[in-house]
Design a protein around this ligand. Structure first.
Ligand code: SRM
Ligand code: SF4
Length: 562
């Protein structure tokens, strides 16, 4: 389906990336010739275009010093982010990706906070082979990054929701509607030649030849479960029932969590309810929102180019008017937001309505790999996929659900997991089971500090601090990132730990699992090892003054942190 949308592109003082996009002939640029050279990396312009193909040029930052001392250049590696709408994969697809991890990447699959899969440590000469391997599994990294609609996130139990049959395929439907139609990825990475159909296919009108000012994120929550963090999205959809119009969505706009220390006018922001849309209207309204953002988003300063700044600067009412102009009709009011919203971690064995079972497994910062002498999660999952033909769902908490298991196979799968030392939900610590961390060092170019690699140490410190106060059974939500871009969504966490300098972090408190409250700064520039002691006095008060079921985030918000 396509819609006619007006365009008002401003070409004044645009950022250099805008020129690269415009001159790229719909994301081709010089990529084909640069991939063919022996150089281990690509030029700066091509790095920008590669992102649209789901590929990031990185270097192994652990090696920088030694290589510099040895007079050697950077150790160039690439990260490939595979689009997985709703995080759903067949066993065959999982096995295909498992093989890629061994043959072409660093031996791990990295499950992301947006239900995608990343491969790290890929060398330039093998990018095409990797794209071909994905294509054979009907997968692609095209649109995994870049100034387009990113992987659509949905609650992994949305498809089980009775009475909402339309929700089953919504992630794929939105991916199809909002993906770029450029054939560039196919030509350059998969097929190696110009697609015959190229001339007939036009790019989406809401993208044009310069695409969006920046990335655009959509998530669909469960009607009662906000595991997707629907308020952190450019467009968030909450399934809802309208008294007269029937099933549809409350549509939120203008969320986003990234900030920059160097740019004081950047901030985390919660999305606000814009309207109620029926199922038939949802794509048309999102297209008008994207077109509004395409036209009004800041193309001069990429740090302030996200749609949340358009909504914040204009105000919701004026933003609504711009969307209505592009739709040529008015938007109806939103419905009241659900009051029983909370986030399930989806861990452990759960029965499904069709009589089969699912098991949710804690992955730990999303890193699926085998640890010598420890947990061999990757092998365990490979064996489950090979023997039991289940469906895999990546969760927005970087975990994995294996679904559609016959009840007769439950014991065997539990035994298999135990053999591989994969711990089930009952064995997890109460901080560990909800903790998120971004990859940070050594792959992320933006990382100021460690995150994923030091998460276990922080988790243990906090669990010990809680146990000393007899709080060990109270769940606590911890999220940690190596910089304020906020990839593990620390701005919404009960405890958010955000890299500040090479060896310090800022500590944020007061978010929560409902995901509808921003955490606020508690302490700046603290050392990671000091965090459990810094929080000690607040844990003491929570133990004594907190209500029985009161979460830490709710408690600190109620009593304040001073
Ligand atoms: Fe992110 C950039 C990793 C979810 C906000 N993010 C990056 C890059 C690509 C670094 C870079 O630009 O060079 C990171 C790659 C590191 C590496 O080595 O893998 C990176 N982001 C991730 C992932 C893998 C974190 C994870 O632990 O899973 C997530 C991949 C999601 C996906 O599958 O698409 C990831 N990033 C997020 C989220 C959370 C979300 O979307 O739910 C956010 C906050 C929400 C938001 O967008 O506001 C997020 N990432 C950013 C930003 C800040 C954007 C901004 O508005 O300023 C950047 C920096 C940028 O884009 O320039 C960034
Ligand atoms: Fe990198 Fe910062 Fe995102 Fe962590 S939060 S992955 S350090 S950009």
């Amino acid at each position: 389906m396509e819609w006619k949308l007006s365009t008002e592109t401003d070409t004044k003082s645009e950022s250099s990336v805008e020129g690269i996009k415009r001159a790229s002939n719909y994301l081709r640029g010089d990529l084909a010739s640069e991939l063919a050279t022996d150089a281990p990396n690509v030029s700066g312009d091509s790095e920008q275009l590669l992102k649209f193909h789901g590929i990031y040029s990185q270097d192994n930052r652990d090696e920088r010093r030694a290589r510099s001392l040895a007079g050697e250049g950077l150790d160039y590696i690439f990260m490939i982010r595979v689009v997985v709408p709703g995080g759903r994969l067949s066993s065959e697809q999982w096995l295909g990706m498992d093989e890629v991890a061994s043959k072409l990447a660093d031996g791990s699959l990295r499950l992301t906070t947006r239900q995608a899969v990343q491969f790290h440590g890929v060398v330039k000469g093998e990018l095409r082979e990797l794209a071909g391997a994905l294509d054979r599994q009907f997968l692609s990294s095209f649109g995994g990054c870049g100034d387009v609609v990113r992987n659509v996130v949905t609650c992994p139990t949305l498809h089980l929701e009775n009475g909402h049959g339309h929700l089953e395929g919504i992630a794929h439907q939105l991916r199809q509607t909002f993906r770029s139609t450029s054939e560039a990825h196919w030509e350059i990475f998969v097929n190696g030649e110009k697609a015959a159909s190229r001339e007939e296919i036009e790019e989406r009108p809401f993208y044009g030849d310069t695409y969006l000012p920046r990335k655009f994120k959509i998530a669909v929550s469960h009607p009662r479960d906000n595991c997707v963090d629907v308020f952190a999205q450019d467009v968030g959809l909450i399934p809802a029932e309208h008294e007269e119009l029937g099933a549809g969505f409350t549509l939120l706009v203008g969320g986003g969590l990234g900030r920059s220390y160097a740019h004081e006018d950047t901030f985390a922001r919660l999305a606000e309810p814009l309207t109620f849309v029926t199922n038939d209207e949802v794509e048309e309204v999102i297209a008008a929102i994207i077109a509004t953002y395409r036209d009004l988003g800041d193309r001069t300063d990429r740090k302030r180019a996200r749609m949340k700044y358009v909504v914040a600067d204009l105000g919701l009412d004026a933003f609504r008017t711009h969307v209505e102009e592009r739709l040529s009709r008015t938007l109806r009011d939103p419905l009241t937001l659900p009051s029983d919203f909370d986030a399930d971690d989806h861990l452990g064995w759960r029965p499904l309505p069709d009589g089969t079972w699912q098991v949710g497994l804690r992955v730990g910062a999303g890193r699926v790999r085998d640890i010598e002498g420890g947990t061999t999660l990757r092998t365990a999952l490979r064996e489950v996929a090979t023997r039991y033909g289940a469906t895999f769902f990546i969760t927005p908490q970087q975990d994995l659900i294996v679904s559609g298991i016959n009840s007769d196979d439950r014991d065997a799968i539990t035994a298999l997991l135990v053999t591989h030392r994969v711990r089930l939900d009952g064995e997890l610590g109460n901080v560990e089971r909800r903790a998120l961390a971004c990859p940070a060092l050594p792959t992320c170019s933006q990382a100021l500090t460690e995150a994923e690699r030091r998460l276990p140490e922080l988790v243990s410190g906090l669990e010990e601090a809680l146990a000393r106060r007899s709080l060990g059974r109270r769940p606590l939500q911890l999220r940690m990132t190596g910089c304020p871009n906020g990839c593990a969504r620390p701005a919404l966490a009960e405890i958010g730990v955000v890299g500040r300098t090479k060896s310090t972090y800022d500590l944020f408190l007061g978010g929560g699992t409902r995901g509808n409250r921003l955490a606020t700064i508690y302490r700046e520039k603290v050392k990671l090892e000091d965090i459990p002691d810094i929080l000690g006095p607040l844990f003491d008060r929570w133990a004594v003054e907190g209500d029985a079921e009161e979460t830490f985030g709710d408690f600190v918000t109620r009593v304040g942190t001073q």
